[in-house]
Design a protein around this ligand. Structure first.
Ligand code: G6P
Length: 609
């Protein structure tokens, strides 16, 4: 999704902007551009379709050196991917980069055209550029022009603005799209994600919704939407810059799959006592708040939604609390009925997903007992706006296909289930067993990662397939959904997941020798039922691939492949069975030769609706 970087510094900022864009590449984009106030030559803009490397090439013939500039990676929404639609957009002597969507762009464009402004792109962003220029022609300075412009904009935006007349000033604003300010020594930066700036600073100020700011070498002035001056703490970004390297791995996705034992350990740090879970992380009055919960709603998107679906099984079984789970894009637009004492949980890797954030804001007006964000990014909008927060410590996740963020969300959710069970005096044995299982989880994941070679060989059998079916039951049904999502995201094979019991109500009609059927078969209370479902597949000539418990005793025979996993305690089994499915999709993508870390058309962080 779109990325913003900007800088005002004593040193030449072009390399900083380019490196920043490179660090945002993982979010997904189709074109890139940069505008630098080139010493003595006015604003120099360079844009290119495709990768940041292409922009760098274009810069070779249009070198720009300067101390003030903005840059952007674009993910097309209004207007197809093309150089003319790439940002920055110019008007008169100013340049603008924008993330988000200006909803009233149509009426603003018509008005500006009637005032004589000529549009050279199909984007909503160009409206902002002309509007700024228009207001600047009637106002004393850029700050006033920016304020008048913001008053007219409807929708979502993060903006970076420079003007030739103010050669040492960088302006920015945010509403509905993330933006941070980075502080250096006699320099300031902006970015849509702190990761873009870790090469120059680890000191960040997180803007609030509706804020705008004016940055120079030595000053950082921030105002809220009422133009009241605001002061926020400068926060140190905790993740080390080196974690953004692929290291010895061929892809970020593989690295992140292998980081899972560490990510789980970090997520659990300080959360487990001897035979009780430690709830202080949720705040001093956590125990009484957890006791007050009567009902749970979970809202999320994509992979995070699948984590919510697993949690519903855990929560209803282990705490007795009714739980419903919904995708945020649906939830935010319907009338929800909220029984008294309901806790709203939002799940998100990034904490910036537009629909999830909108769902949280909507929920805050619906009379919930409280809102809890389970999230991987400490300074994200979701974390800041929720009443409670529970951080997963997966570390930066760069691969678009989410892996370690998902398993750490599951860890956090099982921990929360255990905490709720504990406050309800549910069976101490179950609580102790969950704690033991969570403690042993990193080792188990390491063991399962050893199946990598076997799964790599298996991947070749998917090379010519166009469809695949994933089956699971109980908590492993959402894991089958996640396995199917991973496969389609990065190998572009159409994959669907079914609760195995539903097989004969439709999908069985699709099963033949060209349709691999992947089943998730742990040794749990539903295993016998699953075995019958698998026989239905074999009877129709379907190729079966079973990720099965070594104790499962499944039928052998032609067309059946078993990948054996160690026996695991039932609660953590969905977390363990996720690992081989991640490896399967990774290796199939390698066989198919797709762009594993940046699959086509997808974005890491979906900050527009
Ligand atoms: C995008 C990503 C997915 C992710 C989803 C939700 O679609 O490609 O990997 O699951 O957004 O993102 P979140 O950051 O809210 O978990």
């Amino acid at each position: 999704m779109c990325g913003i970087v900007g800088a005002v510094a004593l040193r030449n900022i072009t390399p900083i902007l380019i490196e920043g864009l490179r660090r945002l590449e993982y979010r997904g984009y189709d074109s890139a551009g940069v505008a630098v106030l080139d010493d003595g030559n006015g604003i120099k803009r360079t844009r290119a379709m495709g990768k940041v490397a292409e922009l760098e090439q274009a810069l070779e013939s249009n070198t720009a050196n300067g101390h003030l500039g903005i840059a952007h990676t674009r993910w097309a929404t209004h207007g197809k991917p093309s150089e003319r639609n790439a940002h920055p957009h110019l008007s008169e002597r100013l340049a603008v980069v924008h993330n988000g969507i200006i909803e009233n762009h149509h009426s603003l464009r018509t008005r500006l055209q009637s005032q004589g402004y000529e549009f050279t792109s199909d984007t909503d962003t160009e409206v902002v550029a002309h509007l700024l220029a228009h207001h600047y022609s009637h106002k004393p300075d850029m700050l006033s022009a920016l304020r008048s412009t913001l008053e007219e904009l409807r929708g979502a935006y993060a903006l970076g603005v420079i003007h030739q007349d103010e050669p040492s000033t960088l302006y920015c604003a945010r509403m509905g799209s993330p933006l941070v300010i980075g502080e250096g020594s006699e320099e300031h930066f902006i970015a849509s994600d702190p990761l873009a700036l870790l090469q120059v600073t680890d000191q960040f100020i997180y803007l609030e919704e509706g804020d705008h700011a004016r940055l120079t070498l030595n000053s950082c002035e921030i105002w809220n939407s009422q133009n009241r001056s605001m002061t926020y703490p400068v926060q140190r970004y905790a993740h080390a810059a080196h974690s953004l390297d692929k290291g010895e791995y061929r892809h970020f996705m593989l690295k992140e799959i292998y980081e899972q034992p560490r990510a789980v350990t970090d997520t659990l740090a300080g959360l487990l006592g001897e035979d009780r879970v430690l709830t202080a992380v949720l705040g001093p009055d956590a125990e009484s708040r957890l006791k007050d919960v009567r009902n749970i709603h979970i809202v999320a998107c994509g992979t995070s939604y699948h984590a919510g679906l697993v949690a519903r099984y855990w929560l209803e079984e282990q705490t007795g609390l009714p739980c419903q789970v919904e995708v945020a894009s649906e939830y935010r637009y319907r009338s929800v009925s909220v029984p008294e004492g309901t806790l709203l949980i939002t799940l998100s890797q990034s904490g910036e997903t537009a629909d999830t954030l909108a769902a949280l804001r909507y929920a805050k007006k619906q009379g919930y007992l409280g809102t809890l964000a389970i999230c991987n990014v400490a300074g994200s909008s979701l974390v800041r706006e929720a009443d409670w927060r529970l951080l997963t410590h997966a570390g930066p996740e760069i691969g678009v296909a989410s892996t370690k963020a998902f398993t750490t969300q599951l860890v956090a959710l099982l921990w929360l289930t255990t905490a709720l069970a504990q406050e309800r005096d549910r069976a101490p044995d179950m609580i102790a067993a969950n704690i033991r299982a969570l403690r042993g989880l990193p080792k188990l994941i390491e063991q399962v990662l050893e199946l990598d070679g076997v799964i790599e060989n298996l991947a070749y059998s998917f090379a010519n397939k166009h469809h695949a079916l994933f089956l699971g039951r109980g908590t492993h049904y959402p894991i089958a959904m996640e396995g199917a999502l991973k496969l389609k995201e990065i190998s572009y094979i159409h994959a669907e997941a079914y609760a195995a019991g539903e097989l004969k109500h439709g999908p069985l009609a699709l099963v033949d020798e060209d349709m691999p059927v992947v089943s998730v078969a742990p040794s749990d209370s539903l295993l016998e039922k699953l075995k019958s479902n698998l026989q239905e597949v074999r009877a129709r000539g379907g190729q079966l691939i079973n990720f099965a418990c070594e104790r499962a005793d499944l039928d052998n025979g032609d067309g059946i492949t078993h990948i054996k996993l160690p026996w695991v305690y039932e609660s953590i089994s969905p977390i363990v069975y996720t690992i081989p499915l991640q490896l399967l999709s990774y290796h199939v993508a390698l066989v198919k030769g797709t762009d594993v870390d940046k699959p086509r058309n997808l974005a890491k962080s979906v900050t527009v609706e």
